[in-house]
Design a protein around this ligand. Structure first.
Ligand SMILES: NC(=[NH2+])NCCC[C@H](N)C(=O)O
Ligand SMILES: [Mn+2]
Ligand SMILES: [Mn+2]
Length: 342
């Protein structure tokens, strides 16, 4: 019998491995990745899913702070595909019928960027590569996850975020599309109603049972209802308090057992004390160690095949805040890719 209840007794299998494994060499190699282990890196300097400048500097800053060298040190063959070209939205871009579909800022632009991104992650994953996507704002998660699902349809998605990003255009109060990718992925939204999004129909929908949230603490009222109606597993910050991050990870792996894993890490899941430079910071987030343990545990399952690091905005804060945020994001990528203390 499948267990989706967060309080169900643990199957232990993942957990035992998580605690046994302390060295990257001990992490079991996912059967769906080729050898030598190869990481395809995609920069997606996207800003049009939200109102701030600066998320477009995310990819180049992560590279500048030493991404490639650190991945290579962890034993990865790195294929850095550079940044994808993103055209700004144009006033002649097709617009959805607003009566039918509510508010979507830059709908066509975001859709087209996600289409390009889904082709990249699909291709990388089909070749047996690890797909590492550097954002950019979180609207691109609709693209990364859709492409991964096309290549590995039974993938389990761990959405690490202060926010649920599951607003539908109808219900969104901001109209910012970085608050909507999960609604598109789970098909709460009919892709053909939205110009730029028809390609999504060629990808498998994300089933609610394939999705787990960790770190939530700022959920809109309409999102709360959706999460409840769909029965999506949410580990809010209150659950982190209650079970501890290790308990949350155990429960996550119980639900997603046996699936390849994708982790979509919004840096705003981390407490603003450690990652202040992000557009929608919310206090009361993951501590430095909780944020790391989360990805160490995911990596320790030996099932992680793709990762997004998004919403790093090195243009928002002071110089030291920006540096701290980029360093935090980079350290989290390292942990997800196999870095351990000992
Ligand atoms: N990826 C993010 N940081 N999303 C923030 C979303 C905030 C809010 N729920 C909205 O829909 O606008
Ligand atoms: Mn997000
Ligand atoms: Mn967020």
């Amino acid at each position: 019998m499948k267990k989706y209840l967060i309080n169900s007794p643990s199957s232990r299998s993942y957990t035992q491995r998580v605690f046994r494994q302390v060295h990257p060499a001990d992490i079991p190699f996912p059967s769906f990745l080729k050898s030598p282990k190869t990481c395809s890196v995609f920069g997606v300097p996207m800003v049009y899913g939200q109102p701030n400048h600066g998320t477009d500097y995310g990819p180049q800053m992560l590279r500048k702070f030493g991404l490639r060298g650190e991945l290579e040190e962890l034993g990865w063959t790195v294929r850095d595909n550079g940044d994808i070209a993103i055209d700004p939205p144009h006033e002649n871009d097709p617009k959805p019928d607003s009566l039918l579909s509510g508010k979507t800022k830059n709908c066509y632009n975001v859709g087209k960027v996600c289409q390009a991104v889904h082709e990249l992650t699909f291709y990388a994953a089909s070749e047996g590569n690890f797909a590492l996507t550097l954002g950019g704002d979180h609207s691109i998660g609709a693209g990364t996850v859709a492409g991964i699902l096309k290549a590995r349809p039974n993938t389990g998605v761990i959405w690490v975020d202060a926010h649920a990003d599951i607003n539908t255009p109808e219900l969104s109060t901001s109209g910012n599309m970085h608050g909507m990718p999960v609604a598109f992925l789970t098909r709460l939204v009919e892709p053909t109603l939205f110009p730029g999004w028809d390609w999504l129909e060629s990808t498998p929908p994300l089933h609610p049972a394939q999705l787990v949230y960790i770190g939530l603490r700022d959920v809109d009222p309409a999102e709360r209802k959706i999460l409840k109606d769909l029965g999506i597993t949410c580990f809010t910050m209150q659950h982190v308090d209650r079970y501890g991050i290790a308990g949350v990870m155990e429960r996550t792996f119980d639900q997603l057992y046996g699936r390849p894993l994708h982790c979509s890490y919004d840096i705003d899941a981390v407490d603003p004390l450690h990652a202040p430079s992000t557009g929608t910071a919310v206090r009361g987030g993951l501590t430095f160690r909780e944020a790391h343990y989360l990805v160490e545990a995911v990596s320790g399952t030996g099932q992680l095949g793709s990762l997004d690091m998004v919403e790093v905005n090195p243009g928002l804060g002071s110089e030291s805040e920006n540096k701290e945020t980029v360093e935090m994001a980079l350290a989290l990528i390292d942990s997800a890719m196999g870095s351990r203390i000992l």
